[in-house]
Write a protein of this length. Sequence first.
Length: 327
Amino acid sequence: MQRRSFVGGVGAAALVASLAAGRSRAADRPYTVALVPGLTTDAFYITMHRGAAAAARALGVKLVFQGAPAFNPVQQVPVLDAVLARRPDVLLIAPTDKTQLIVPLRNAFSSGVPVITVDTYIGTGVYQTGSGNADFPLAYIASNNTLGGAIAARALAKAIGDRGRVYVSNIEAGVSTTDQREAGFKQEMAKHPNITVLSTQFNDDDANKAASQAQSVLARHSDLVGVFGTNLFSAMGAGNGIQQGGSAGRVKVVAFDAPQSIVGNLKSGLVDIAIAQHPAEIGWFGVAAAYAHLTGQSIPPAIATGFTIIDKANVDDPATKQYLYSE
Ligand code: T6T
């Protein structure tokens, strides 16, 4: 079959129309696409589900959304097994560890289920190259997380007058997205000689743990001036800890992700900058890419979605507000 290119500079509506042209088999028995998020109760993945559901409706695809209650491989792998038992036509998944999910996903692929990773990746995240043991997923659809970390560093450096001690609140090493955000942050901070980046605090995606760590860092370093929270729970937790430690406003907080609660935090000055990802786009492109593959069209091995930078000045602007996550 002649394969057509999936993203060739077409707009979303034209893309849906072009994809829907291959719908005849779907009309007989709709394709099933499974989306396994990092966890189900995170506004980021809830928003990704919304985007995926919109694409599924437009394309006549059945979407299954099933995930674990916490962000870790121990809970994600049994959910993955349960989802695979339903034999989806394509698996979309946000792997919770770039190494530990390789074997379970390779097994899925070997059993005939095409895999696309969304948000996070396995291996190096560079797929379809014919090298390494984890290049079998068809595509990786996500934010440019290294760039996001660099954006966070620039914003924090500006907010603290380019000097002082800061630290990174992170989930755990081995998560591709937050590893890249921390790396991008540190690479950029290396260009700021008067800023010292203290040891990273790992919180297991637990906002309460991130809050108590913030208080401990403050107790050890009364001259702390800034924190970068690499994801929703790291940032919210660190912000709360800074507030509980009596340093809200003095210690600047740059947050990755944009739950609804960020609005109040930006207005009160607890958080200076929120870097909103576009998770609905990730979900939308995930289902569209799955459908493209199932209908014989080629898909690019990497699709990068955007960011919206939110601060006190633009948080009420409808053009910005649309990127706050659903709950
Ligand atoms: O930041 C997102 C996601 O990109 C990351 O991989 C895990 O954490 C979030 O879901 C936010 O909690």
